[in-house]
Design a protein around this ligand. Structure first.
Ligand code: NI
Length: 170
């Protein structure tokens, strides 16, 4: 089932998600829906708050469904370590049509719980690292425009207001 993606302006995106403490069939089904929604929207990551579930979980797949090993579910993720820094263009399914450069760590080690309730740890770089950091921000109520300086952020906010007025933000 394709879920509606929450756009910037909805308070759920700027609220810290709750820890997940019950992994059951309902959650597994919801996560399956999150993958479907992410693939349909052509994104590489999708966090709970983006589909109005204010919980600490996200899904990601930097291969767009081509590689099973890239299909990752992270429940209650923690960033364990980061290395380096790299600037690259970034987008967000909750900010359609908005792209800009963001500096983030280059290599990330993350530990999380999977759908079987087992803890796992992995290290990623490149797009996958960027995705882990971006989605972890989402579950902590942080959106990527917070990385912009105030001037650029205001410009983007004005652009979004215009889109909302035109009915181009749903
Ligand atoms: Ni996003």
């Amino acid at each position: 089932m394709i879920l509606p993606i929450v756009k910037y302006g909805d308070p759920v995106l700027q609220k810290e998600g709750e820890e997940v403490n019950n992994i059951d069939g309902n959650l597994a089904e919801f996560i399956q829906n999150m993958f479907e929604t992410m693939y349909e929207a052509k994104g590489c990551g999708l966090a709970g708050p983006q589909v109005a579930l204010s919980k600490k979980l996200f899904v990601m797949d930097v291969s767009s469904g081509k590689e099973t090993k890239d299909r990752i579910v992270c429940i209650n993720p923690q960033i364990v370590e980061t290395k380096g820094a790299i600037v690259s263009e970034e987008g967000c399914l909750s900010f359609p049509g908005i792209y800009f450069e963001v500096e983030r760590p280059e290599i990330v080690t993350v530990s999380a719980i999977d759908l079987d309730g087992k803890e796992f740890t992995f290290e990623v770089d490149g797009l996958a690292a960027r995705c882990v950091l971006h989605e972890t921000d989402h579950i902590n109520g942080k959106v990527f425009i917070e990385y912009l300086n105030p001037l650029k952020r205001d410009l983007i906010k004005r652009k979004i207001k215009k889109k909302i007025k035109l009915g181009d933000w749903e």
